[in-house]
Design a protein around this ligand. Structure first.
Ligand code: FES
Length: 111
């Protein structure tokens, strides 16, 4: 595999205590492959997405999460946390999300 090969592969998330922190309803910001991602657990499912709003790139670390909807604090754009889809306003880009799997207490992100 060369440096030009950008095919996503499963990569371990090297963050101490990640799963217990997620279970306390906390956002956890992690770095994987040079990207800053936010991880959160919603109804037992671990989710990961890029920590930048697709609207104007504002960091999402202080976003509000309620009933599966993430609201960017900058201009109020709302996204589905599970699919990344833009809910409001009607047009714009979706969140960049990444598949997550948990094996033997270790998180992996396909990136
Ligand atoms: S930067 Fe997030 S809504 Fe504008």
């Amino acid at each position: 595999m060369g440096w030009f090969d950008s095919k996503p592969v499963w990569r371990e998330v090297e963050e101490p205590g990640l799963l217990p922190r997620l279970r306390k309803d906390q956002w956890v910001e992690v770095k994987v492959q040079g990207k800053t991602l936010l991880m959160v657990e919603v109804q037992g499912e671990v989710l990961a997405f890029e920590s930048r709003c697709p609207h104007e790139g504002y960091p999402l670390k202080n976003a509000k999460l309620e009933k599966g909807t993430l609201t960017c604090p900058m201009h109020g754009y709302c996204y589905s946390i599970k699919t990344g889809a833009l809910i409001q306003p009607e047009t714009g880009n979706k969140l960049i999300t990444f598949p997550v799997k948990v094996e033997d207490g270790t998180c992996f992100i396909k990136i």
